[in-house]
Write a protein that binds this ligand. Sequence first.
Ligand code: IMP
Ligand code: MG
Length: 413
Amino acid sequence: MTKKAQVLLILGSQWGDEGKGKVVDCLSAYFDIAVRFQGGPNAGHTVVFDGKKIVLHTIPTGILRENCSAVISNGVFVDPDVLKKELETLKTCGIDYKGRLFISYLSHIILPFHKILDEIIDKKGEIGTTKMGVGPAVDFKVLRKGIRIKDIFSSDLKIKIKERLEYVKSAIGKDSDINLDEEQIYDKLARFGDFVKDYLVDTQLLLKKAISDGKKILLEGAQGILLDLDFGTYPFVTSTNTTPGGAICGTGLSPRDIDVILGVTKAYATRVGGGPFPSEIKDQSISSKLRELGGEYGATTGRPRRVGWIDLPLLKYSKNIGAIDFIALTKVDVLEKFGKSFYVQKYTIDGKELMEFDSSCDLYKVNPILKEIQPIKIKDLIQEELQTEVVILSYGSDRSDVKIDEKFLSLFL
Ligand code: IMP
Ligand code: MG
C-alpha cells in the first residue's frame, strides 16, 4: 500500500477572504490537528456553525470539530484580549476546547501600544491595515524587541517592558497620548500568563511527534498569497509570509513534511485596503450588487471589500509561488445569483501581451483583458488554464454546501 499523505497546507490564492475558514472547517472532520501558523488577529475566518455565524481570528477553525485539536504555533501573533474573546465565543457556542487547544511558548504578543502604532504608521490609510497591531508586533520581533508568551514567565519581564516603552517613547515622542503605563502592561501580561499557561506547549515538538505517530495535520493559512510580505503586492501586503515558507518558519516543520498544498480560490476577487487590483469593478452599481450578494464585508474590520473578477495572470502566479497542487473553488453560487460574470484572460502592457504576472510587471500599469463566462464554467476554466484540479466546490454558506472530491480525501484516508 502506498503511504498516505498526512500534512495538508491550505492557502488563500488571492488577497484573503477566499473562504478558507469554511473549507478548513469541513476538512477538519478528517484531520487530527489544525494549525494556525502566521498572521494574527488581522485574520477573520467566518464559519456558519449550527446556523450561527462564528468569526475566529487566532484560533484555527478546526476547533469547531471535536475530533480535531487546534494549535497556535510560533509564527502567530497573539493579542491576549482577542484570544480571550474567541474562547468566550466558543464557550457560548457550547464548544468544549479543554485538552484540544495548544499554544506555542514562542508566539509573540501584540502589546497594547502596537495597535496604536499601527494607526500612527498607516495614518493616511494608504495600506489600510486592519489596525490590529500585527505589523508593529512583527517590527518588534525583527528588532529583537518582541515579547513572546514565554517571556511572561521570566523574572525580568518588568525590565523588558520598561525597555520597550523607552524605545517607543524615543520613536514617537514623549508627549504622545499613547498609554505607556508600565504597571498596567505588566499586570495585563501577568494576568494573561495565568490565563494561558494551561495551553502552552512546545508546538514544534507536538507537531513532529504527531507526524511520527501517523496523525493527520491541516495547516490553515491566513490572508492570501497576494498579501505575502515578500511575494505579494508590496507595500500593500500583510506583515507575515502567507506562502509555504511562512508555514515552515511558523511551525518548525520541514518543507519535506508538507505533503499536499490546497489553494482556496473565490470565483471572483475581493481585496480590503489599498493596493493594485487590475480586475476591480469600477461601476459602483455593479460592484455594490456583487458585494451585497457575497456578503463581502471584512470579517475583522467590517469594511466593505473592493470587488472584481478572477484574474488568470495573477492566479497563475499564485499557483507558482504557492506550489499549489489542488484548488478549492468557492462562491460560484454568488456569481450565479448575480447572473453575469467575467474573468481576466491576460494583460496587455507596453504593446505586449502577458499571460502570467511576474515580479518585473507593474500591476498599476497593466490593462486587463476581460472575457465573459458563465459562472458554471469557471471550474473548467481554472482546471484548464492552471492545469490544476478543482477538488472542492463550496456552493453556499453551510457545511453541507461544501463538496469534497472522494479521490482527494483518499490521499489522506
Ligand atoms: P495588516 O495585516 O493588518 O497589516 O493589513 C495589511 C493589509 O492586509 C491590508 O490591506 C488589510 O486589509 C489586509 N489584510 C490583513 N488581513 C487580512 C485578511 O484576513 N483578509 C483580507 N485582507 C487582510
Ligand atoms: Mg477573512
